[in-house]
Design a binder for this molecule. Structure first.
Ligand code: XIL
Length: 989
């Protein structure tokens, strides 16, 4: 025992440096052992000696004498390790009789290739009356030689004692927070990027009483910057935040937060927060996260504007390391649970740290998200950059992952030079060079290429997108890209990739194109379905229909960019995501992967567009918002969506919702018009069974409809409706109060099910507004079963009107043709309770729908810059009566102001509808008349066709809207959601 202790003591002694070690790594210079412990004089004629004349602790200190310049003093080779930060503390006292002076601790160093710099660490006024503590932090980052720590005095000849100098390493500087509050009246290391002036200011403050005023900017990017080199580590993620406010003369402006990084002298710029509106007089927070994905020798964070050089204030900056949660290692790897390559898109930061670990664990394939696009690989003609592409290809190769190359020819993320002064020949030459260079470089490494991306536009007569590629080179750009890619790597699988292929019109346009190109001999191996879906729409069955359709062409297929947005429109945004939405998303992923597994023979890979929610492109597109479309959450933990793929039994039961509008369909097994007012809610396929389901509420109970797809009849085929806990079984062979009829692919069930007690029935004989728990289970004799579980809510009846078959003259006059059409009135107030209203009629002929609105509105205004706040009529038309949450691309909101100004809303860019309306208006005593003609080219109009339809009148007074009224939709969401519009039926008369 004794021997052991002696050994330990001896070992410790060996570690003890010339100075004594207090805590693990503190260095203390206490001058108690009779030596200067490495300190020496600085400057000619100066001496530094140990003396017993004064001591802060113990019995001696270090005395400096013989100084003749302020920079003279005592110094030591600084015990700093590059990349680390230190707190330096010391005690100083003047020799008796000396006047008070400022004693400073300073670091002198010579950066590699630069000139000597002096950085003050700590300073204080010191007297001969006692010991004064000096303390400050120092971060040693840039490579330097001759690094010295020294003490100097503002009194050139002053003599002083130093004692108990302690150098304490700070934590890892890449883990320490960085902050600036400007309260000390300095710029706190912020520096101008160019000509801008930075001035600590008391004119404005976010917190405390000071901020940093920035003025005299010479460019949008000129302004305050903070050097953060050494404060971020490669692969680590940081939260950055700063507050900004416009300067005194500025009235409007947008500011953002960016990073400049350099490697080997080449600068790159990245946005942490895209410039956003800073209203005059308000402090606005810019906050975001940044992952350092490069080895850098320069790193700076700065504030910039998108336009203008206006002055602004900056305050309360902070940058904090985000400690990643470890990835879960006790859950199955996705790639082991699916019968195809399981891929993820990735960008460079995703290959590092925990993100890289998650990728390696779960995915067997990757697609570089941006790094192989044209703007990344050939930003200037003939100048190819592959650093990022190579990095990701190497990462994937090291981990044995297959790689999809994305993408060779696209209309987006393609530099302007490609099309500049290009005739067809030159453009195809540029394309050929580009394709050959990329495919050759990654020959044998990249297994599949998206040769062309998004070339289909189903709204064009020939189904082809009017891109610059197409406008200059027609279909030949596609032919050339495939030919050259095939020549460069005959083993690579060549894909045509597109979005919305699950929608029938786009599906057919792409199908026709692929068929044509294949017949010509273009070397297309496969079709890529991007599958950017949302939480509601479209159903998994339409994805399955698409896969089955393309299988008839004998091409390979891949799912290339799967994600499931939690939003159904382009404007909504949650602050926190309701947990039940994530459960719903889990079930949605389950249904999709049921399809992929069933169709695995036709699919060679399924790729999600991003590994985890924190890196999803849907955080910034189409607007910056909290979205969570993927399988892993922001902390890289498995979401319900993951369990939907891997083990759906782990999912909480879904709580779906369905409205049961008031209605009394006949229970006879025939499908009444009443049922056609709404689409059937899908019950996703399991085995060979699937179904569509609807309900109507009435005083007699709940009417239910199930359209069952089950191709082989068996004696145990049945539908079980469980209403408020009571099961109600209808066999394929029939049941009481139910009607069953065969259909071409299965059978239809209609039934009337009594619900609850009489209390459910209102005096008017309809069902009171209530939620009813319903489960519909469809089972077949082979043992397959699928169900819908959720709450059915009673709702008002859906209004139905009709359009007569006539052609009016479009002139704003009410000609006789209109008298054939029934008249409806807007009486559903969505804002206010009175105001302008309209009588509306519709006619149709050919592919045109005509709408007449006679508006009562005595005072008319178009003063507001917002068209919905002007006196106007809105007509809503959904050609498929799809009643989708969110718009499909042929759904339109056509707004016509009293003076005939037209604005059109639809999906993101309203591309499918915006040029489809003409209107003539006329003011008349007490109001105005709108006569509109709307082209509906995506369907064939015929007697019996049902259109989703609504009308709205906006009433303006001056610049504000004072009321708004619709025909059917009570939700005030007609502009975002088609599901509550009424129905217009075309008639022969
Ligand atoms: C997206 C990337 O994920 C984003 O980082 C980038 O800013 C825009 O492009 N369809 C495609 C992909 O084919 O290339 C797109 O990727 C998403 C839509």
């Amino acid at each position: 025992m004794r021997t052991l202790r002696a050994l330990v003591a001896a070992a410790l002694l060996c570690l003890v440096p010339a100075v004594s070690a207090h805590a693990a790594a503190d260095l203390t210079y206490d001058f108690e052992n009779g030596t200067t412990q490495g300190w020496g004089p600085r400057g000619g004629g100066v001496s530094a000696t140990v003396t017993p004349d004064a001591a802060h602790g113990g019995a001696s200190s270090l005395l400096t004498t013989g100084r003749t310049a302020t920079w003279h003093g005592a110094s030591i080779a600084a015990p700093f390790v590059r990349g680390a930060g230190y707190t330096v503390t010391a005690y100083a006292r003047l020799v008796s009789g000396q006047p008070a002076a400022t004693i400073a601790l300073t670091v002198q160093r010579t950066p590699t290739g630069g000139s000597t710099t002096y950085e003050r660490v700590a300073a204080a006024t010191v007297t001969d009356g006692g010991w004064t503590r000096l303390s400050g932090n120092y971060l040693f980052t840039a490579e330097s030689t001759d690094v010295q720590l020294y003490a100097e005095s503002s009194d050139a000849t002053g003599q002083f004692y130093l004692d108990d100098i302690v150098v304490t390493p700070l934590g890892d500087p890449t883990r320490e927070p960085v902050s600036s509050d400007f309260e000390d009246g300095t710029a706190q290391d912020w520096a101008s990027r160019a000509a801008a002036t930075l001035q600590p200011s008391a004119e404005a403050a976010h917190a405390g009483s000071r901020s940093l005023a920035v003025s005299g900017r010479s460019a949008t990017w000129d302004g305050p910057a903070l050097n953060v080199l050494g404060r971020m580590a490669e692969g680590d993620k940081y939260a950055l935040s700063v507050w900004v406010r416009l300067g005194p003369e500025a009235t409007a402006g947008r500011l953002g937060l960016s990073i400049e990084r350099r490697t080997g002298g080449t600068p790159s710029y990245e946005r942490v927060v895209s410039p956003k509106d800073v209203p005059a007089g308000e402090w606005v927070q810019l906050s975001g996260t940044y992952t350092l994905a490069y080895d850098v020798d320069f790193l700076s964070v700065y504030v910039e504007s998108d336009t203008g050089t206006f002055p602004f204030y900056l305050d309360d900056f902070s940058m904090k390391y985000i400690q990643p949660k470890p990835i879960q290692t006790d859950i199955p790897a996705l790639k082991d649970k699916v019968p195809f390559v399981m891929g993820s898109a990735l960008t460079r930061p995703d290959a590092l740290g925990v993100h890289g670990e998650l990728l390696a664990r779960h995915f067997s394939g990757v697609t570089p998200g941006n790094e192989l696009k044209w703007d990344a690989t050939e930003p200037r003609e003939g100048e190819f950059t592959f650093a990022d592409g190579d990095f990701l290809v190497d990462f994937a190769t090291r981990h044995g992952m297959t790689i999809r190359g994305h993408t060779l020819a696209w209309h987006s993320q393609t530099p302007d030079w490609v099309f500049q002064n290009a005739d067809k020949e030159l453009l195809l030459k540029r394309l050929e060079t580009h394709v050959r260079t990329l495919v050759t470089r990654y020959k044998g490494k990249i297994a599949a290429w998206d040769v062309v991306n998004e070339v289909v536009d189903e709204n064009q007569p020939d189904g082809l997108r009017r891109s610059k590629w197409y406008e200059i080179a027609g279909l030949d750009f596609i032919r050339t890209a495939f030919r050259v890619a095939h020549e460069a790597d005959p083993d690579a699988k060549l894909f045509i990739n597109d979005y919305n292929t699950e929608f029938p019109r786009k599906r057919e346009a792409l199908y026709a194109l692929v068929k044509r190109l294949k017949e010509e001999g273009v070397p297309i191996d496969g079709v890529g379905h991007q599958l950017h879906l949302n939480i509601e729409h479209p159903p998994a069955s339409s994805v399955e229909a698409t896969i089955e359709r393309f299988a008839t062409l004998g091409v390979d297929q891949q799912i290339t960019e799967l994600d499931v947005s939690i939003y159904t429109d382009f404007v909504s945004s949650y602050d926190t995501i309701p947990p039940e939405l994530l459960v719903q998303q889990g079930h949605r992923y389950k249904e999709l992967f049921d399809v992929f597994r069933r169709q695995a023979a036709k699919l060679s890979s399924v790729t999600v567009w991003g590994e985890s929610d924190d890196v999803s492109w849907l955080r910034s597109w189409p607007i910056p918002r909290l979205n969570a479309p993927l399988l892993f959450d922001d902390d890289l933990q498995a979401k319900p969506a993951y369990w939907g793929v891997v083990d759906p039994s782990r999912l909480a039961p879904p709580v779906r919702r369905l409205e049961a509008p008031a209605g009394t369909p006949k229970v006879d097994g025939k499908r009444d018009l009443e049922w056609d007012l709404l689409p059937d809610s899908p019950i996703a396929r399991v085995g060979d069974v699937s179904a569509g389901f609807q309900a109507r509420s009435s005083g007699k109970g709940l009417y239910v409809l199930a359209e069952v797809t089950d191709p082989t009849a068996g004696k145990d085929d049945r539908v079980t409706f469980t209403v408020d806990g009571t099961p109600y079984v209808v066999k394929r062979t029939g049941g009481p109060k139910a009607a069953v009829r065969p259909t071409p692919t299965g059978y239809r069930v209609e039934a009337l099910i009594a619900t609850g007690s009489d209390a459910d029935v209102t005096a008017g004989g309809s069902m009171a507004a209530t939620d009813i728990d319903v489960e519909v289970t469809v089972s077949d004799s082979a043992g397959a079963s699928t169900s819908w579980t959720g709450k059915v809510t009673t709702a008002p009846a859906i209004k139905l009107t009709s359009a007569a078959h006539r052609t009016p003259v479009l002139d704003g006059a009410v000609d006789r043709a209109w008298s054939a059409a029934p008249e409806i009135r807007t009486a559903t107030w969505i804002q206010g309770t009175s105001g302008a209203t309209a009588k509306v009629r519709s006619l149709w002929s050919g592919s045109t729908l005509y709408v007449l609105a006679q508006v009562t509105d005595p005072t008319l205004s178009e003063e507001s810059p917002n068209p919905w706040e002007q006196d106007s009529v809105e007509i809503f038309v959904d050609p498929g009566n799809g009643k989708t949450k969110g718009y499909e691309d042929d759904d339109g909101q056509y707004r016509i102001s009293f003076s005939g100004r037209i604005t059109v809303g639809g999906t993101f860019d309203a591309g499918g509808v915006k040029d489809h309306v003409k209107a003539v208006t006329r003011t008349v005593p007490g109001g105005y008349v709108v006569e509109a003609a709307i082209e509906l080219p995506t369907i064939t109009l015929a007697p019996g066709t049902l259109l989703g339809f609504d009308a709205q009148v906006n009433d303006a007074t001056g610049t504000t809207r004072t009321s708004a009224v619709t025909w059917n939709d009570t939700t005030a969401r007609s502009h975002l959601d088609t599901s509550h519009w009424g129905v217009l039926r075309l008639t022969r008369g």
